[in-house]
Design a protein around this ligand. Sequence first.
Ligand code: NDP
Length: 320
Amino acid sequence: MHAVVVTEPGGPDALRYRRMPDPVPGPGEVLVRTRAIGVNYRDVYVRRGEYPAELPVPGLEGAGEVVAAGEGAEVAVGNRVAWAYGRAGYAELVAVPADQCVPVPDGIDWQVAGGALLQGMTAHYLLESVYRPTPGDAILIHAGAGGMGQLLVQWAAARGAKVITTVSTDEKEKLAREAGAWHVLRYGDDLADRIRELTGGEGVSAVYDGVGAATFESSLAALRPRGTLALFGSASGRVPPFDLQRLAELGSLFVTRPVLPHFVRTRAEVLWRANEVFSAISEDILRIRFGGTYALRDAAQAHRAIESRATAGSLVLLPA
Ligand code: NDP
């Protein structure tokens, strides 16, 4: 099979398209021929050597057909499956634990299943299990035209939240508005002041921040007393060490740094979140916009695009 490998951490060119031995599914695993593979920002951190991961093959999610089953794996050959965490995906064949696989409903195409499930499940746990906005609640979602951003804006707006979001360009502003944002702002020193103006001086109930270092201070300053900051990523760099005493001074704030694996701890939780994502897509509550579709061999181009902030939406790799 062909796969994309990283043998030395580095820039996008560290991603090399190579022949590799076909993986053999172990006990409880199935072998999947991938039809679409998601590219996530975390893959960039892994490629740069900033996150521990099982290399050489990067990636976290994909979708395809089961072509073989290891001993005891309870998923049949021929099934359409997707998985969204934990098993490298940048390859034509991937051995995936059967208990991480979710069935892909008939109405969901490969690109959506392989490229949007991880972001969809992340949006689900953030809005369902970290802070659940109520109708009329004002919230801030950073990078509202990104892959995660568009899903969060769409889902929160569909639940009646008043979504304020940030973007860097006019084109992204248009996309964030189409996703249902109430107000679209640019990053900058006056961001928290603008948010206070929009919320009658109160601030927002929650901030969903996947940008990190560049936005962290404005995220804290935009919150109302007892508000929640869900810091779910660091596209602009990691947030430096923080003095907890400041949370008291800023209004008894809650800050959390959640990651998907802790929100899919049981088979029931995996299926619940995945099925809610697929249902929301089928019901047109979530409209998946792809920010780029690349051949698997061109994974480096996809990484260049996401790192340069040029993309708006989910990115997907297609095996030959
Ligand atoms: P995006 O498509 O959202 O790309 C990142 C976006 O961040 C850019 O498009 C850009 O939007 C914005 N951004 C702001 N500053 C920078 C910067 N300095 N460099 C690059 N981008 C910047 O990526 P994803 O949807 O894949 O991921 C978004 C975030 O969510 C990432 O931090 C990722 O790690 C995190 N994540 C976390 C998960 C979890 O469970 N904790 C799971 C999945 C994703 P603009 O130009 O409009 O500012």
